[in-house]
Write a protein that binds this ligand. Structure first.
Ligand code: NAD
Length: 434
């Protein structure tokens, strides 16, 4: 990696860096340090009378050497948050940062060996070609964050060696907005959720499903929110970021050039600054280019519906998203939407915040991912649960009831000792207690 660290950040205010990257990692690390003894401790399990003496328990052991492949949009967090759990669980870790976030990859390559023992944690840099070679090696787990297309490549490589995988993928995360909502509040929360990291977040609301009648008011309030957050000229705001590179800039620009919706806010772009204004596109139809794939940028299409049930039907006809948001005062409606859709995670009346709660499983379902992590779950992903029994070498005589020659008496003793709960249940059923 030859990149020199001459990059001048657009923003001097590292708040998004703290919230999305360093603060989140710190929290994961603190959690692991605080709870490691508890997470790693052998867990005893409940059993029948006969086996109670054998101290059945689960021991956690490291998997071995694991591979973690990161994505570019939160290049520190997506690489190091899984690494916290992998290291805590006692594994050797190979980290493969995204080559797209060149500067961060160079920084991590320089800094990590200073703080982590290179005998157990190594960084390997590279793009598709180098990663392909890496994937041919035998690992004990592969943890990948990125697009679903490459997720399939990872899973195929893993299948060749029967390596377990965790795939943290993406998708189009919808936000339902009901007409009973407090529009000014919803507008601010949606604007923040969409524009954090300039929309380059896997759980950003990708598009809005808005109940007819409130769309104009919602757009008006979102425009006010954009002005409150970034001033009249977001391009000069210290709080507004840029698109990662020209490829992604051109991809987003193409979406803006080809949409059939009405661009009601933003829309301006500047290639040499990789700038795309916070943009709202109203009255987008379902065949619009903006509705085809994950936007991953600061463009927010609004699809207006007569009833939110149309939205439910549409969401269910598509790949299950990583996140789903509902903005409504009506908890019955919110429950109705949640109960009739599927997604990796869901938030009622905000966006993005699920990412910050380490006790919640973070991950997708179906095409948005396999497995989930954060907090103890990351430790568990990278641990093997070893089923263990410890038998006392004494009391050999008692064991003769399970050895041949079998007799009716032995069988009845064995039944009582082995299946006491089943017997209890049988008796309870007979007596009408269950
Ligand atoms: P990316 O281009 O950085 O790729 C991710 C990783 O895959 C990189 O390390 C890259 O080197 C590697 N890679 C690329 N091509 C490869 C190949 N042919 N073989 C092997 N490895 C290869 O990131 P991206 O895919 O553009 O990331 C964006 C996607 O990731 C979006 O869909 C987003 O929603 C998703 N994402 C998901 C999460 C999550 O936590 N679920 C977080 C961030 C991003």
């Amino acid at each position: 990696m030859s990149a020199e660290l001459t990059f001048t950040p657009v923003s001097d205010i590292p708040q998004e860096l703290i919230a999305g990257e360093t603060g989140a990692i710190r929290q994961e690390a603190i959690d692991a340090i605080k709870h490691l003894d508890q997470w790693a401790a052998p867990q005893s399990v409940k059993t029948t009378l006969l086996n109670r003496m054998n101290k059945p328990h689960i021991r956690k052991s490291p998997l071995g050497t694991v591979l973690i492949i990161g994505a570019w949009n939160l290049p520190i967090n997506l690489l190091l948050a899984p690494a916290v759990g992998a290291i805590a669980a006692g594994n050797c870790v190979i980290l493969k940062p995204s080559e797209v976030s060149t500067h961060t990859a160079a920084l991590l390559t320089r800094l990590l060996p200073k703080y982590l023992d290179p005998r157990t944690v190594r960084i390997i840099n590279g793009a598709a070609e180098e990663t392909t070679v890496l994937l041919e090696q035998k690992f004990d787990h592969m943890f990948y964050t990125g697009s679903g297309n490459i997720g399939k490549v990872i899973m195929m490589a893993a299948a060749k060696q029967l390596t377990p995988v965790t795939l943290e993928l993406g998708g189009k995360s919808p936000a339902f907005v009901s007409k009973d909502v407090d529009i000014a509040v919803a507008a601010r929360r949606l604007t923040f959720g969409k524009l954090f990291n300039t929309g380059q977040a896997c759980i950003a609301p990708d598009y809005l499903i808005v109940e007819r009648g409130i769309e104009q008011e919602l757009v008006k309030e979102m425009k006010i929110a954009i002005q409150e957050f970034y001033g009249a000229s977001p391009q000069t705001s210290q709080s507004y970021g840029r698109i990662i590179n020209k490829n992604h800039f051109n991809r987003l620009k193409r979406l803006l050039d080809t949409t059939h919706g009405e661009i009601v806010a933003g829309g301006d772009t500047q290639e040499d600054d990789l700038y795309i204004a916070p943009t709202i596109v109203l009255n987008v139809q379902l065949n619009d280019p903006l509705m085809e794939s994950e936007i991953f940028g600061p463009i927010l299409p609004i699809w207006v519906v007569d009833t939110l049930n149309e939205g439910i039907e549409y969401v269910n006809s598509k790949d299950q998203p990583l996140a789903l948001y509902v903005y409504s005062h009506n908890m019955k409606l919110a429950d109705h939407i949640l109960e009739n859709t599927r997604s990796g995670g869901a938030v009622i009346n905000d966006s993005l915040i699920q990412f910050m709660v380490t006790a919640l499983p973070f991950g997708g379902t179906g095409p948005s991912g396999i497995g989930n992590y954060h907090g103890k779950r990351t430790f568990d992903i990278f641990s093997h649960e070893r089923a263990t029994l410890v038998k006392n070498l004494g009391m050999q005589k008692a064991l003769t009831i399970s050895y041949p020659p079998y007799t009716e008496k032995k069988t009845s003793w064995l039944e009582w000792l082995l299946f006491d709960k089943v017997k209890y249940a049988d008796n309870a059923i007979l007596k009408g207690k269950l």
